[in-house]
Design a protein around this ligand. Structure first.
Ligand code: PLP
Length: 388
């Protein structure tokens, strides 16, 4: 008996491309530059803090909205970095990674039939969450190589049913960091049409070449309509701990908290205690993080351009998008399968980040959140890549 139990809503989505490519990398003994997780550990002082928290008995359910001292630390961070004031009691919640934060926000705020504007390429959980909520996705394509936002087209997508725009800055997979003038143009539309913006800022501390991340909530008129999502997994290189955050005005935060109580209830207690130490890190931690990733970005970019890829130099995040057409392939999935099985380097076929697939089919995404030796070994293997 081979019955399909998956709901009709979810049938279009299948297995996530990350799981698929990671499995293919393992099966082919390939260097995995596909999924965005570091192949190195986060800082020792945070790991030690987790062990201490376990030994100190922080092992039962945490407060459903997050350990209060962690919420306080996050509130202080937003104040210090961006001048934003979030009340830790009512405007900050800890969720199981940004992924739960995205899902829970959408399921809490989007009613069946509401429209949500998603900029593509997108983080692949956005459309799934909107669909599960019974919402309708409307897509605006940001095109390679500059990934510019056409704000006229964006406004043209707004209807009476539009409830939310989702943006992601610094942007996975393009490495784009939204400028102040872009965020102001977005704000104009959001305010005019009374829309909520869900701003996914998980790479907020990974920017390059002096470019600074600007939170959407800091733009005039946006604090009251922005739900900001972030992830300690990216900042502290602990993706497996799954500690994400939602910061939003109390009324929106309350909505997110309602769903969170029934989906996850609470996030792992000792890891939350350890992350308090993370947020106590001195400013030098953040400067070093940028230097650390700049060296990796430059190494990856050099290797890809030397091999003949057309790349866009990322200004943020830890991904590089590249055009592979010089190698004679015309399909991203076919190219990534070849790369993984023959060259032994795994990367992501980005059509999985597009509704309008044609915009991604000549591109490939490489993750450079890897040790230097991993990137050097990948660079060596990529030298075997020849045009078909
Ligand atoms: C843009 C974006 N949002 C959200 C997430 C999910 O973050 P987390 O691992 O905290 O669930 C990722 C992870 O790769 C991401 O790239």
């Amino acid at each position: 008996m081979n019955k399909n139990y998956l709901t009709t809503k979810l049938q279009p989505f299948g297995t996530s491309v990350f799981a698929e490519m990671t499995k293919m990398a393992v099966d082919n003994n390939a260097i995995n530059l596909s999924q965005g997780f570091p192949d190195f550990d986060g800082p020792e002082f945070i790991k030690e803090a987790a062990c201490e928290a376990i030994k100190a008995g922080h092992n039962q359910y945490a407060n459903t909205f997050g350990v209060p001292a962690l919420r306080k630390a996050i509130s202080e961070k937003y104040k210090k970095f961006y001048g934003l004031s979030y009340n830790p009691d009512t405007e900050i919640s800890i969720l199981a990674g940004a992924t739960e934060a995205i899902f829970t926000t959408i399921i809490s705020i989007i009613n069946a039939g509401d429209e949500v504007i998603i900029l593509e390429p997108y983080y692949d959980s956005y459309p799934v969450a909107v669909t599960m909520a019974g919402g309708i996705c409307r897509y605006l394509t940001l095109e390679f190589p500059d990934f510019k936002v056409d704000f006229e087209k964006l406004e043209a997508l707004v209807t009476k049913k539009t409830r939310m725009i989702i943006i992601n800055t610094p942007h996975n997979p393009s490495g784009k960091v939204f400028t102040r003038s872009e965020l102001e143009a977005l704000a104009k539309i959001a305010i005019k049409h009374d829309l909520i913006v869900m701003s996914d800022e998980v790479y907020e501390h990974i920017t390059f070449d002096g470019v600074k991340h600007i939170p959407t909530a800091t733009i005039d008129g946006m604090f009251d309509r922005t739900i900001t999502i972030s992830s300690t997994g990216k900042t502290f290189s602990m993706t497996g701990w799954k500690i994400g955050t939602v910061c939003a005005p109390a009324s929106m935060c309350a909505a997110v908290r309602t769903a969170h109580q029934y989906v996850i209830f609470a996030v792992a207690t000792p890891f939350q205690h350890a992350m308090i130490k993370g947020f106590e890190a001195p400013d030098s931690f953040y400067r070093e993080l940028i230097e650390f990733y700049t060296a990796k970005r430059d190494m990856m970019a050099k290797s890809l351009t030397q091999q003949g890829f057309d790349i866009v130099m990322p200004k943020g995040s830890y991904f590089i998008m590249a055009d592979f057409t010089k190698f004679g392939f015309t399909n991203d999935v076919e190219f990534c399968k070849y790369l993984t099985s023959q060259i032994k380097v795994a990367a992501i076929p980005p059509t999985s980040f597009y509704f309008n697939k044609k915009y991604g089919e000549k591109l490939v995404r490489f993750a450079f959140c890897k040790k230097e030796e991993t990137l050097a070994a990948a660079a060596d293997r990529l030298k075997n890549l020849k045009a078909k």
